[in-house]
Design a protein around this ligand. Structure first.
Ligand code: 0X9
Ligand code: ZN
Length: 307
């Protein structure tokens, strides 16, 4: 059976998703947000409790953009499972109040490559100039593309790609996002690591028009993250809190899709060790899932209370 005691391979998680459709036929459907360079599906879960209101807004949770950040897809599937199985009244209420889209693997080729060949792979797997491979999918989105904090060297870990949306992964996912029927209330992107919560923009130090609301919701979300295990998060707007970085999905969702609450979590662990940071022990998947669920629930409630 599928569990959160171990990190899973891509096929395991795709089968788990398909089994959920069989188990919850009235609530769960599979969506395919396009495909990868190597032809894999960008497969996700749509969770829509039919007993809710008819005019629900959506919340989109994207994970696994960077291949080696294994805690990201693990947390996304943990959260999806909570939406379906939790007995907690708060979670059950929010599960019914929105249409949820959960995409555990936005970069499936890269994830498979971290299992087969190189645990530390980050980018996509498309061939590029200079015999190098891959584009940083979180520098490839078409909003102020490559303006800052992105490389034009195909061998760089932050290569922005030859043009905006050069990668099938970002191109088809962005098209899918544009075509969703419900108005999108929130866009969430899960990465690791450093224990940060981030909001737009990465392309400029200019703050978004609703930055006070974004900060207010940020404070609630960081407080809730700490409640269960004392896990400390910091953060703020990407440009000042970490580094200038244009072409991310977080900026694009805010700037192009007009989603007013767009956040990026950098999950456990804290610290700066490149070698250990992406190798969070599997024993921390469940605690990370629990505290991140706490944070997301309070975040959504806080944002909904403002609007
Ligand atoms: O550099 C990145 O893409 C992210 N950090 S990571 O170590 N996971 O690679 C930070 C992205 C934050 N920027 C936005 N989400 N706008
Ligand atoms: Zn990342």
């Amino acid at each position: 059976v599928y569990s959160w005691m171990v990190y899973h391979e891509l096929n395991d998680t795709q089968h788990w998703m398909q089994n959920l459709v069989a188990k919850y036929p009235d609530i769960v459907t599979i969506f395919v947000a396009g495909q990868s360079y190597e032809g894999r599906k960008l497969m996700g879960l749509k969770i829509n409790h039919k007993d809710g209101r008819a005019d629900k807004q959506s919340i989109f949770l994207e994970a696994g953009m960077h291949a080696r950040e294994w805690i990201s897809p693990a947390t996304a599937t943990y959260f999806a499972n909570e939406l379906l199985t939790s007995q907690n009244a708060q979670i059950m209420g929010l599960a019914r109040s929105y249409v949820w889209y959960i995409l555990p693997h936005a970069n499936p080729d890269g994830y498979v490559y971290t299992h087969t060949t190189n645990r530390m792979w980050r980018k996509t797997r498309s061939p590029q100039d200079k015999n190098c491979f891959g584009t940083d999918p979180n520098r490839n989105w078409g909003f102020h593309w490559r303006e800052v904090g992105a490389s034009s060297d195909p061998c760089s870990e932050s290569y922005a790609g030859p043009k905006a949306f050069s990668e099938p992964e970002t191109q088809t996912l962005s098209q899918h996002l544009t075509s969703l029927p419900e108005p999108m209330f929130m866009y969430l992107s899960l990465h690791s690591f450093s224990q940060l919560l981030l909001y737009p923009f990465g392309y400029t130090s200019k703050l978004p028009e609703n930055h006070r609301q974004l900060e207010q919701v940020f404070n609630v979300a960081v407080g809730a993250m700490k409640r269960r295990y004392g896990t400390r998060y910091t953060g703020g707007n990407v440009y000042d809190a970490i580094y200038p970085a244009a072409g991310s999905s977080t900026d694009w969702a805010y700037g192009v899709l007009n989603v007013k609450y767009s956040y990026c979590y950098e999950l456990r662990p804290s610290g700066y060790s490149f070698w250990t940071g992406f190798r969070l022990p599997a024993s921390q998947i469940i605690p990370t899932g629990q505290e991140t669920t706490d944070s997301l629930m309070e975040m959504i409630k806080a944002a909904a209370a403002i609007e």
